[in-house]
Design a protein around this ligand. Structure first.
Ligand SMILES: Nc1nc2c(ncn2[C@@H]2O[C@H](COP(=O)(O)OP(=O)(O)OP(=O)(O)O)[C@@H](O)[C@H]2O)c(=O)[nH]1
Length: 338
């Protein structure tokens, strides 16, 4: 297996460790939506490990809330606008806010009335686009847990259709909007945030290539590069993602870290270090592996159990993959603390 890297390193800025590095260049992810649509719950569940049930007691957000996500590999700032606030009010300096914005997430409560939120969404997206045309627009059709499978598909399609038709009346361009069905009560919110983050990782094509090469040379059927703290996967190979496999991989991270916290904490007090790895055999005759890539990232992969899974070539190929990743995330020759 050979790594193949020809991208421009100057373009890379993910994986910066120190909090004060390039504070102004940290990308911003903005969350908007009507009151009680679920914005705060999403932030708390994904980035602060709050359990979904606890969100029932979360108070309504009164002012713009900024949160820096930098303790993990993922390095950005979230800005949440309360439902009752108009984000384009002059007093909030919308030009400065949206010029820094890389992804704009609009959360719609799929269990409530849709017309008003759709009208607000279209207005906000159009205004934001006029300020910054590079923003990635994402819609979370949220609280999908309360809908049947059929209603989910129908609701998502209705929103997609109405937004597309209405935006046409306001903008000359065909705005690219991505839709996700989400709920904090299952893994769909992590999956959706993974996609949002992947949209911001400029190295994504290189990472996907590395994972494809790793899979092909190691007889691996699926692999994910995870940010272990948030369980967001920042890249996967080019095979489609099956939700059940993604969930299994998330569970494997939990099991590994929990066991490690109890029995394997190192002198540094960390439950995750360069010796962290685990192997789980499934009754489906598949084997799952977790290997540490650096202090924030883990490679989790799955392969058929055929006796080859113990062969040294997996270790060798993983070594090459890890070296490739180190090179990809070298930030302007500053080096990283892997
Ligand atoms: N069923 C279900 N309820 C959810 C989900 N996400 C959030 N909720 C609930 O929705 C309610 C409102 O959530 P918040 O996170 O406070 O909503 P918000 O958009 O931040 O509201 P404001 O701060 O008022 O703008 C809470 O009771 C949450 O428990 C979900 O995925 N499914």
């Amino acid at each position: 297996m050979e790594s193949d890297m020809d991208d421009d390193f100057d373009d890379y800025r993910y994986g910066i460790d120190e909090e004060d590095d390039y504070p102004d260049t940290r990308p911003t992810v903005i969350l908007m939506g009507h009151k009680r649509s679920g914005k705060t719950s999403i932030r708390k569940v994904v980035f602060q490990k709050m359990s979904p049930n606890e969100t029932m007691f979360v108070e309504s957000t009164a002012r713009v809330t900024k949160d820096t996500i930098c303790s993990s590999f993922i390095n950005f700032e979230t800005v949440e606008f309360p439902g009752q606030m108009y984000p384009f009010d002059d007093s909030l300096d919308p030009v400065a806010v949206f010029q820094k914005c890389e992804a704009l997430l609009f959360i719609i409560d799929a269990q409530s009335e849709l017309q008003e939120p759709i009208a607000t969404l279209v207005e906000y997206f159009c205004r934001a686009y006029r300020i910054n045309q590079n923003i990635k627009f994402e819609v979370f059709v949220h609280k999908a847990d309360g809908l049947t499978e059929e209603a989910r598909v129908e609701t998502k399609f209705n929103i997609y259709h109405q937004v597309k038709e209405t935006i046409k009346d306001h903008l000359d361009v065909d705005l690219q909007v991505t839709y996700h069905l989400t709920s904090i009560y299952d893994h769909s919110i992590f999956e959706a945030f993974s996609k949002v983050v992947q949209n911001l990782v400029k190295q994504l094509p290189t990472l996907e290539r590395l994972l494809d090469v790793f899979n092909n040379s190691s007889k691996v059927t699926k692999s994910f590069l995870f940010d272990i703290l948030s369980k967001i996967y920042i890249a996967t190979d080019s095979e489609p993602v099956e939700m059940s496999i993604y969930e299994l991989c998330c569970d494997m991270i939990d099991v590994t870290l929990d066991l490690s916290s109890i029995y394997g904490v190192s002198e540094s007090g960390s439950n995750y270090d360069e010796r962290s790895s685990s192997v789980i055999r499934l009754k489906s005759e598949q084997v799952m592996f977790l290997r540490q890539v650096n202090k924030h990232l883990a490679l989790v992969f799955i392969m058929k159990e055929d006796g080859n899974e113990r062969a040294g070539f997996i270790d060798h190929n993983f070594g090459v993959f890890k070296a490739g990743i180190e090179q990809v995330f070298k930030v302007k020759n500053r080096g990283m603390n892997f």
